[in-house]
Design a protein around this ligand. Structure first.
Ligand code: SF4
Ligand code: SF4
Length: 400
């Protein structure tokens, strides 16, 4: 296969250096959840980097400029595409890398390079852009049903407010107890808040970003930012770590300037309310709970203490920790939009999380991400170890 456009054009200078800096030491293999469940080095971080470097060499080296590109073995494209899309983009490899590669950001850019050439995305991901265009969400769900049947009865929203809540597609369609819990807790705090009409609360863009499909990102960002600005919003609260990640890190880039409001994760908002006394947890819970850090919350935006602080506000609770927690958290298997394509991997990773929670004798496994919630619950089905899975706000909502 010939490919006229040189590889590596989407990379920043730092990312070009990062590719060169990988020593192929293999340290990251010990931390990669895909390696843990597949044991296949051909989908490992150093192998992806080795193949990508080869493509840069074939298409953008001095030799290629003087003598022209040779025919590139189609297997090289295929192998790299598969390896890039089997990854959950959890970032554990970068976290453990002695060279300090920022892989949570590097892999999506390499995926973008594959998309540019029609090599990615793969499986159902390939249809995602069209689906988001038509429905506003990546799940092909009816936009008018976005807030049903989970939106709690009796909760009154206001038209304009300094505080807005964004449910997000995965929460609204795939993890409804989680977003219901968010709204119940926000309502209990008592500060008026607004939400967009269901048809206007479109996708934040993360699933497109992470699969390398960037065409719609500017448009989605502008639609949402302008809609919240019109409502006078100063703080946008959201519980999905992936939404928070793209809103905080990338929306200002797609929007072209600083956002007119702050992005707060629900655990930050609720922790502030508990500390200021605006919210009180009245009932105790005499149980051992274990909290799983979502990759895009802990490694992604450094929100680690707030969920733990909320849990510690619950009288009588005992908080346990996974061996890998905080920035070292192990992916639950749902990340990188890989869970729909490589479902067996995702189930196997989810079961590692369940197994450790059960081994540590936790009564409840507490999650804080809708993708984790959906997939770990699926992993629980038919598994020989069982535990009660609950979202952090679902838990808090039952105790206030
Ligand atoms: S991002 Fe996660 S799944 Fe992907 S290669 Fe790195 S450690 Fe493995
Ligand atoms: S740990 Fe870092 S330097 Fe070593 S192989 Fe992995 S990505 Fe490359």
């Amino acid at each position: 296969m010939k490919n006229k456009e040189p590889f590596g054009k989407e990379l920043t200078k730092v990312q070009r250096v990062e590719l060169d800096a990988c020593t192929q030491c293999g340290e990251c293999l010990k931390h990669c959840p895909v390696q843990q469940v597949t044991g296949r080095p051909e989908v490992s971080p150093p192998e992806k980097i080795r193949l990508f470097r080869k493509l840069i060499h074939e298409t953008d080296s001095l030799k290629s400029k003087i003598f022209g590109e040779g025919d590139i073995d189609p297997k090289l494209f295929q192998d790299l595409t598969n390896a890039l899309y089997e990854c959950t983009v959890c970032g554990a490899c970068g976290q453990s890398c002695p060279v300090g590669l920022f892989n949570q950001r590097l892999w999506p850019v390499l995926r973008k390079e594959m998309v540019k050439r029609g090599l990615g995305p793969i499986g159902p991901q390939a249809n995602m852009q069209k689906v988001v265009q038509e429905t506003g969400n990546p799940y092909n769900e009816a936009p008018e049903k976005r807030y049903s049947p989970w939106f709690p009865e009796g909760v009154k929203l206001v038209e304009k407010s300094e505080i807005a809540y964004y449910a997000g597609c995965t929460g609204a369609y795939c993890a409804q107890p989680m977003v219901r819990g968010d709204v119940l807790v926000m309502n209990k705090i008592g500060e008026p808040f607004t939400m967009l009409p269901p048809e206007d609360e479109v996708c934040c863009g993360f699933p497109l970003f992470i699969t390398g499909q960037h065409d719609m990102l500017k448009d989605l960002t502008e639609r949402l930012v302008n809609a919240y600005e019109e409502r006078g919003v100063k703080t946008l609260v959201c519980s999905c770590p992936c939404c928070v990640n793209i809103m905080a890190r990338d929306w200002p880039i797609f929007y072209g300037k600083e956002l007119p409001f702050k992005i707060r994760h629900i655990t930050q908002f609720v922790d502030d309310s508990l500390k200021s006394g605006r919210l009180k947890i009245k009932k105790g819970l005499k149980e051992r709970v274990i909290y799983h850090d979502p990759c895009y919350l802990s490694r992604g935006v450094g929100i680690i203490e707030e969920p733990r602080s909320i849990l510690k506000h619950i009288p009588d609770i005992e908080l346990l920790e996974f061996d890998r927690h905080g920035v070292d958290s192990r992916c639950c298997g749902s990340g990188g939009a890989a869970r729909k394509v490589f479902s067996d991997n995702a189930i196997a990773m989810g079961r590692l999380t369940i197994d450790e929670a059960v081994e540590k004798k936790a009564d409840k496994l507490v999650l804080g991400c809708p993708a984790c919630y959906e997939k770990v619950n699926e992993a629980l089905e038919g598994h020989d170890k069982q535990i009660k899975i609950i979202d952090i706000m679902e838990l808090v909502a039952g105790l206030i």
